[in-house]
Design a protein around this ligand. Structure first.
Ligand SMILES: [Zn+2]
Length: 215
């Protein structure tokens, strides 16, 4: 049997990610919540107990190398290129209305959205092949590439975490990182360095300007 390499052998992630070696490695703020249950199921094989009510909103990338093993009647899932929720805030609102209080955001290594400039010409060709005018396709790809492209995967996850925490301050958000090598979840080290104001639920009103700027 092949032994899959740990993502932590990659020097880029060695210091930036923390292993969940046991339940104790889960941040205390997530204990006894659906976030803890999700991590335990994905990394330690604990069975997910479904209640018939949605427990979680999970946001992750469209990446085909990652298949999230969760049962039906358990979670809402948003899958978008890079895993960022930007542009799907309405969907988040819907899940909040259905009782969801916990969001798990899952970034991953080797994300295609960190290499958008390389894919852009192929995407233009693909739209042209569908019957789009080349100029229109080029303009469309240029406009949306800027919105979808990310630099570093962990940095993009961090920025999106802070954006969502400001927008939905009472939603408990868990930023996680999945390794495409072994399918395990890791904790970004930057999360452990955040203060309570960035992790605890907030009660301040959300300024209109923040909402008006949504795409
Ligand atoms: Zn991706």
């Amino acid at each position: 049997m092949n032994i899959l390499p740990s993502v932590k052998l990659d020097s880029k992630y060695k210091e930036a990610l923390i292993d969940f070696q046991s339940r104790e490695d889960i941040p205390s703020i997530w204990r006894e919540t659906p976030i803890e249950a999700f991590i335990m199921s994905q990394n330690f094989g604990w069975p997910i107990q479904t209640t018939g009510k949605p427990e979680l909103l999970i946001a992750t990338c469209i990446e085909f190398r990652y298949a999230m093993p969760v049962p039906r009647m358990y979670a809402y899932v948003i899958r978008r290129a890079s895993g960022r929720v930007i542009g799907s805030e309405f969907s988040v609102g819907y899940t909040l209305a259905k009782g969801v209080r916990h969001l798990v955001m899952i970034g991953h290594n080797d994300c295609g959205m960190s290499r958008v400039p390389q894919s852009a010409p192929l995407m233009v060709d693909a739209f042209v092949d569908q019957g789009w005018r080349r100029e229109t396709a080029e303009e469309y790809v240029k406009k949306h590439a800027a919105r979808h492209a990310i630099g570093d995967e962990l940095e993009a996850l961090k920025e999106e975490y802070h954006r969502l925490h400001r927008l939905f301050p009472k939603l408990m958000i868990a930023p996680l990182f999945v390794s495409l090598y072994d399918g395990k979840l890791y904790l970004p080290r930057w999360y452990t360095q955040l203060g309570p104001q960035d992790t605890q639920p907030g009660t301040d009103p959300v300024p209109d300007e923040v909402i008006e700027r949504l795409p």
